[in-house]
Design a protein around this ligand. Sequence first.
Ligand code: G6P
Ligand code: MG
Length: 483
Amino acid sequence: MSLRRTKIVATLGPASSTAEVLEKMILAGLDVARLNFSHGSPDDHKARAKLVRELAAKHGRFVALLGDLQGPKIRIAKFTHKRIELQEGDHFRFSITHPRDAGTQEVVGIDYPDLVKDCKVGDELLLDDGRVVMRVEQTTEDELHCVVLIGGPLSDNKGINRRGGGLTAPALTEKDKADIKLAAEMELDYLAVSFPRDAADMELARRLRDEARSSAWLIAKIERAEAVADDESLDALIRASDGVMVARGDLGVEIGDAELVGIQKKIILHSRRYNKVVITATQMMESMIHSPMPTRAEVSDVANAVLDYTDAVMLSAESAAGDYPVEAIKAMARVCLGAEKHPTSITSNHRLGQEFERCDESIALAAMYTANHFPGIKAIISLTESGYTPLIMSRIRSSVPIFAFTPSRQTQARVALFRGVQTIPFTPEAYLTSQMSQAAVDELLKRNIVQPGDWVLLTKGDSYHSVGGTNTLKILRVGDHLV
Ligand code: G6P
Ligand code: MG
C-alpha cells in the first residue's frame, strides 16, 4: 500500500485508453481518473471507465472516476485538417455561420453566437489557455475579424477567453445536462462543474444531479475572475460545493498569471477551512507531453502545491494526449513523496483558535490532535458511510495515515481523492459489537501497517450507516485484548 498522501488525478484520453497503458498508470499511482466531457463520445468515456474499474479491481486498488463537464466554455469548432499554424500578423476570423467541421487557415466556426455581441474592436482573445493571442479588428453580424498577436498551432475545439473575463454564458449548457445523466448512468464518483459564477450555479448542478439520481460529489472549478473577486464570493462558491479545483488554465487567462500563485494558496486554504477537498490543476507537468522528465520548474510547482496542502495534483494533456502518461504519474508521485517529507507538510497550525460546528467534526479534529501529539499512534481507523469523517480529518496536516473503513463501493473510490486517506473495505455489522474494534485492527495487522505495541485511533458512531453520526474516539493498543 502506497504511503503517498497527496493524490494524483490524471485525465484520460487517446494516449491513455488502452488496457496496457491504463494498467501501468494505475500501478504507477493513479488515484482519480478524469473523464473530460469536452472531448470524446459517451461510448469512449464508458469504455475507459469500465477498463479503469476492472484494472483497479484486478490490482486491489481504489480509483475514483471524475467526470468534468464542458460547461459554457467557448470553443472553436473543428478544422478540415485538424490543426493549423498561425503566424504573428495573420488575419483570422471566427464565424457563427461557418460549417462546424471545415475550419481553414483563415476562418473557423464557433458554437457561441453571443461571442460576436460580447466582443468589441480592440478586445484581446486568448486561445488554448493563452498560447495564441488575437486582437479584434472588426465585427460584423456573424463574424469577428482578428489579427494574430502571438502565433502558434491551433487545433480542433480549443477554448477562447477574453482578457479580463466577463464573457456572458449560462453555467450549465444543454450538453452538460445530458452529461449529468451520463454521469449518473456511469455511477461516477465526482462531477466537476466548469465556470460556475456563484453558489446558485452549484445549487442548480446539485438539483440536476439529484434529479438524475447520481450521488457524485460536486467539484466547483474555480476559473472565472468573478469567482475570486473577493473572499465572500469565493467562500460562498466553496461552501456550495463538495470540493473545488484550482483550474489554473482559464483562471490564469482571466486574472493574469501574476495573481495566480496567491489565489491558488488562498483557494486551498479556504477549501480546507470549510472541510472541502481541493485539486490543483493545469500544466503541472506540461513539458512531459513530449519529454520523459519534468523541468525543475514543474517539479517545484508540484512540490509547492503539496506544501500548500492540496489534496491532489492533476495531469491534463500530459496523460490524455502526451507521449509519457505513465512517466508523468511516476514523476508526480516521486515529487509528492519528496515534498511530503518537508516539516510544513507534517506540522499543523490549522484551525487553532477556531470553533467547531459539529459533533463529528469535533471527534475528527480531536483524533488528529491526538495523532499529531502522541508519537505511538501509527494509524487512524475511521468507520465511515460517506467518507465525511475522514475528509474532515484529512484537512489537518499529519504524517499518520487515515484509513476509511467502509462497506460502500462509492465511498471506497471517493476517498481516493482525499489527502492522506486510504480505504479498507469493511462491514462493521458483520461482527459482534464487542469484536468490532479487534476486527478493524486485524485488517491493519494483516496488511503490516501496524505491529503489536503500536497505538491506533478509531472513530465511529452509535449506530451503523448513520452519515454524520460519528461521536466516539477510541485509543487502542495493538496486541491488547480489544473490546
Ligand atoms: C459508519 C459507522 C457509523 C458512523 C458513520 C459515519 O457507518 O458505522 O457509526 O456514524 O460511519 O459516517 P460519515 O459518512 O458521517 O463519515
Ligand atoms: Mg478550464
